[in-house]
Write a protein that binds this ligand. Sequence first.
Ligand SMILES: Nc1ncnc2c1ncn2[C@@H]1O[C@H](COP(=O)(O)OP(=O)(O)OP(=O)(O)O)[C@@H](O)[C@H]1O
Ligand SMILES: [Mg+2]
Length: 340
Amino acid sequence: MKIVAIANQKGGVGKTTTAINLAAALAQQGVRTLLVDLDPQANASSALGCLTEEGGSLYSCLVGADFAAAKVLETRLPNLWCIPSHMELAGSEVSLARNENHLIRLREVLEPLTVLNRWDVCLIDCPPSLGILMTSALSAADGLLIPIQCEYYGLEGLAKIIDLHERICAAGVNPNVTIEGILMTMFDSRTNLSRQVVDEVRRVFEDLVYESFIPRNVALSEAPSHALTVLEYAPNSPGARAYREAAAEFIRRQPAATAEPPATGTPIPEAAGSEGPAAEAAAAEAAAIEAPAAESPAATPATPATPDTTHSGPETQTPVPSPAPPASGMGASPLATTAP
Ligand SMILES: Nc1ncnc2c1ncn2[C@@H]1O[C@H](COP(=O)(O)OP(=O)(O)OP(=O)(O)O)[C@@H](O)[C@H]1O
Ligand SMILES: [Mg+2]
């Protein structure tokens, strides 16, 4: 199970929107996906219909001895599971700080899930701010996916999260965490600024920037109010199409071993490891976890979407941008001294 933290300390850049819709699109494309909602706001949990009572989040695992597997809920979508959040998680910022090894606690909590081998990918929806929850996510992750809004202040936020990534690596907390990618969100083809921001980020980070980008699209902001992912709410919208493309690119970018998504409906394999303390913990967790749905309907292939006529505001008309002209008019870029 590859753990990918969707993180950016800047608020409102599309972390949660990316977490739920990328997770749903990966699941639709046959990838067994676990979404961990680590934001006490619990927006990802509500969008997936996984709101929980007190005690249902990872809080008791982080500060106590509970098993993470016992917190896993099935969602209504095949191939997609969720560990929901609850306001109680906010308390872990304080409780964890008292623990000497607080940065690696989340990694310890998630480790047995990895050994269970029930999921291919675990996406963590991180809270904004540079608190303990977010740094714990970076310390537990194999990869960091950074959504950034196509606005000037998005560049400033990007410089900060890159800096945090370097610190986590340099401090030896999690030297192997890589930058999985940078996903440009809320792209508005009607503004030069969106193109300039994309150009600037591509100039500095080159291939780390996803070719797929997420347009500003009203269906993406409407879907959560119906407690739905955009793939369910408006499957033909530009937003749904963009997240399906981002999911396909995510899969393409994985090393060969995980590049081919497993066939949907394939029985969940047994735990990979059969020896050692991690395997024992996994066995204990396996007993605690509810069996995931045995059969999943065939995955819907990522087909090109037709224009969304239901949500026909100006945002749904966003055309695919043509290659952007050279950046100009950006002034001093906050990325001037930033390197991947
Ligand atoms: N591509 C998009 N087009 C239109 N609206 C969007 C898009 N992406 C996100 N939004 C809207 O922008 C707002 C912020 O998005 P989101 O909650 O995903 O950001 P976030 O980074 O998770 O925020 P926070 O830092 O508070 O957790 C939400 O109202 C969401 O519906
Ligand atoms: Mg969020």
